[in-house]
Design a binder for this molecule. Sequence first.
Ligand code: FAD
Length: 406
Amino acid sequence: MKDFDSKIVILGGGAAGFFSAIHNKKNNPNSTVVMIEKSGQVLSKVKISGGGRCNVTHACFEPKLLSENYPRGGRELLGPYHVFQSKDTIAWFEAHGVALKIESDNRVFPVSDQSQEIIDCLVRVATGLGIKIWTHAQVTDILKKDPNFCLSLADGQVLMCQKLVLATGSNPQGYVWAKQFGHTIEAPVPSLFTFRVDDPALHALSGLAVDFAQVWIAGEKKKGQKGPVLMTHWGMSGPGIIKLSAWNARSLFEAGYRTALYVNWLPHVDIDVLKERVAEFQGNHPKKGVGSQSPFFEIPTRLWAYLIEKTKVSAQTLWKQINSKQIDRLVQELSEGVFAIAGKGTFKEEFVTCGGVSLKEVNFKTMESKVCPGLYIIGELLDIDGVTGGFNFQNAWTTGFLSGSG
Ligand SMILES: Cc1cc2nc3c(=O)[nH]c(=O)nc-3n(C[C@H](O)[C@H](O)[C@H](O)COP(=O)(O)OP(=O)(O)OC[C@H]3O[C@@H](n4cnc5c(N)ncnc54)[C@H](O)[C@@H]3O)c2cc1C
């Protein structure tokens, strides 16, 4: 088969790969840009993202604040976010015909609530620019023959390029190639997940939520994360828990997903005030069952009754029968309740990998490798991951954009 001479090759047809291809072509209109996708479908993660709606980015327009949403990579993304941030993502999609909306929690979605609209837009722009998109294409070998890269494909084709962009997401093959060109791979482990807690009484509360709790795990220096916590039929979920899983992805992995979870159900209430409010409620309701009504509007009564039973007091006990030691135990449960994490659950809305190409080895002005000139590394293949809310796609758009800006 005839060899195909090309200048820029993008490996991986995901969000980062598309943004890279588009900006490479825009800035190098005379170059041939080829995107190689091993599967039959480009942008397959965009398709399933955000429950099929694609949470494109997060409406946080201050680079410093934006970068603080990355357990890994925040420091490195600060500079890039001064060049291309969420505001630019929104402007780019709107300029290319996708109307976007900002929801109350600042997540950004297409007005149509259809991730397909994002896919159609990216494919339309890329093909309009003349980018060649090869699906079902399998690269079997890559050699560096300075200044070129020489790619062998499974169908026998050989492809030469001066610029090779690796955009293979968390696929293990991408790590193999990056390693081959001298890069260090921080071991990949899951991020953004829920916690399994083996307690049938907790499972029975599935669906109940507390809007503002504080959660942390054993050994954490800072006291974890704040946000909504949701009871599930396997344990705990909700934004507070998911954020906690991201910030502690590595230590949780090392602990085999078995460690103590601490919960403060009322983090905005000072402990002395908490004691006073419990004592006041006791004084006002001496003949009421202690589990019959939650003294705190933030805590649903069924959860309240569960927390009481967790302190080994029957929810039927009358308030007047509760002694000061039991009150202390209850206050302890409210402010620092301990749950045994017994495993990792799934989080279907979003899932990313912590780990990837070491960030020290990449120039964050251009995304070019510092150890292999001509090689560019972008998106989730890097040791970058954000919390939920559109931050992971923003990393893909920004690093893709930078890799094409030279
Ligand atoms: C269920 C789910 C929902 C999500 N929802 C959101 C969301 O709403 N908002 C958000 O910000 N983030 C979300 N994420 C995370 C987001 O999808 C990723 O961070 C993002 O897709 C990373 O983009 P990428 O281009 O780096 O990698 P990917 O999107 O993984 O793309 C990599 C591409 O490379 C291809 N590839 C891999 N190996 C090879 C190879 N050897 N040769 C050729 N091609 C190869 C893959 O097939 C794939 O098409 C979600 C993730 C999941 C799993």
